[in-house]
Design a protein around this ligand. Sequence first.
Ligand code: ADP
Ligand code: MG
Length: 703
Amino acid sequence: MPASNGIEHWSEQDLRYLKGVGPRVEEKLHKLGLNNQRDLLFHLPLRYEDRTFVTPIGSLQPGRRCQIEAEVLHAGVHFRRVGRSRRLLAAKLADNTGVVAIRFFYFNANQQKLFEKGNWLRCFGEVRAAQGELEMIHPEVELIDPDNPSPLPQTLTPIYPTTEGLHQLSIKRILQQVIDKLKTDGIAETLPQAWLDENKFPDISSAMLRLHSPQSKSDSDLIASNQHPAQYRFIVEELAAHRLALLQRRRQIRSRRRPAIEPDQDLLEELTQSLPFELTGAQQRVLADLMQDFAAGKPMIRLVQGDVGSGKTVVAALACLPVIRSGYQAALMAPTEILAEQHYQNFLQWLEPLGICVVNLMGADKGKKRAQKTAMIASGEAQVVIGTHALFQASVEFNRLGFIIFDEQHRFGVDQRLALQRKTRDGEMAHQLIMTATPIPRTLAMSIYADLDYSQIDELPPGRKPVTTSIVSEQQRSSLIQRVAQSCAEGGQVYWVCTLIDESEALQCEAAELTYESLCQQLPQLSVGLVHGRMKSAQKEAAIAAFKQGETHILVATTVIEVGVDVPNASIMIIENPERLGLAQIHQLRGRVGRGMRESYCILLVKNSLGELARTRLEIIRSTQDGFAIAEKDLEIRGAGEVLGTRQTGDMSFRIADLMRDQKWFPQVEILAKMMQQPEYAKVRAELLRNWIGERQDYTEVG
Ligand code: ADP
Ligand code: MG
């Protein structure tokens, strides 16, 4: 809200006026989508940690994140022969109840200095059981005076989403400055007062303050169980903002001219005849929906949901045929390069025999090669273009783009989806098909994809082998490794997925590297591959290709392989710490096996101390393979009250809302969105969309 004297409100100010924000940090903040001080306020904690107490080492439990205070017994730097980093900082710490090992695979001189014999340290991190002892890898460490330790926090510690190179503590220091201003000055309300009163929701400034710095014990307890009115307020607000943006977008799109696509039965038949399988009834139904959309007078915007392995790709390929025959180009966007490459291979195999020119645009295409491909796209010679989302953002000109397919759409946030219509011919809005495997109950899909029509492939191709799922505890790790060795000796292949839900992707990659190193060491007779998000895309591709071709037996990966990867020979999927993932995500991962001739297994490798709720959830995964049943059961259970800090990751990019957990708010969301569509709220609405969706989109209505 601009002040009357023309000076803008403090929250509009640039980030660089804050202490600790130089050009480098500012760039990192931009990367997080934070462009001014108000954006920072809306950067809500990802989760909270309870650091209000210290756990005696004797009572530590593996699998928990704990805080200890202990003395350094001894410490040293060792040199290792395997792995990417060769140095290891190892220490033993003790209090009067026990001893714990601390290990750092990456560390700097300052960290090393803390570990001087006799120093007292306060460490916070995950406790693991390793070779008969307890260990903490890469804990947060603070030097303390044992006689006079610095006071512990009195309330929950918020953990913020951050990005590589921006430390949690730095982002907190920066945030603290805007939180202080919020305390004294507040910011403008973004919701209708009448609605807030009716629902007894707090005003924006106090709600925000509560979430950034929970004050009382009762605040903390409510936040920890996701039941704080401040959380409710922002959950409804965020969902309403998304809904409003989508409804607005839908209206805009539907009012535009569409590419005229003529039905083409001949080509469709030619391709279906040449396939090595018959389309399932569900595939045929969905294909018919798509053909009807082409025939209708408006641009298509359709979401196709189909469980993992239900055969969405071939439906997409078939849908391209009438588009091409009508003289338009089709584009397929995949969320990762790995998937884009795989789709390219499939499309080539299906479409090339029909004389269709398929081009893939990859990150590695540089210079002359890229110029050649973009020229083909610009001239229209390339009839189907396949690449990642990022590639299409960068100046690629199409000659006549008529149809865009987004694969595994749930990976793209709403704002990204909104920003995609650029590559169309003036005035014409390309038809859009969005495909996802995320099993979202229908009501939910309708509400959250308010801008889309919806079809479902609710049938798997015949002859799929069921995947036997078992829950195996950490103690059985070595026998599990033996089993892996045996399967590989018999020609099988294995995925080994390392997960860690954390604010930093870096830690997840590190976990994968550690597992990779230990498997290399323990299974020298086998060839092990590694793929994670921090590797260069060429490296990733090479690792996947080697696995596909059977050159590597085991592929250690982070959840980057969650979507789409198709290696039929792989028959064992091991998922470490599955309890940290959403059930839908585990289900996705499991869908990577059971695709070929071998008996297939999914092994959920869990910590010894698994809570009741976590067990129940994993039991659901174990007992059924029906994605929808899984989604609904997950919801039932999680509705009962959620454990501290679990959030369904990999879902759409919501900051505070969780589609599954927050369904109970949908009626309110609808009421609020409807209310705010009225002209009197035009200004507040614009503000709301700006806060939650971003400024990339022009939300003004088109006539
Ligand atoms: P998803 O829906 O998970 O994207 P894909 O499109 O990758 O699934 O299909 C999985 C596998 O099933 C592929 O190898 C594909 O060729 C095969 N497939 C697709 N449709 C059928 C069908 N009707 N009958 C048999 N196999 C099929
Ligand atoms: Mg797919």
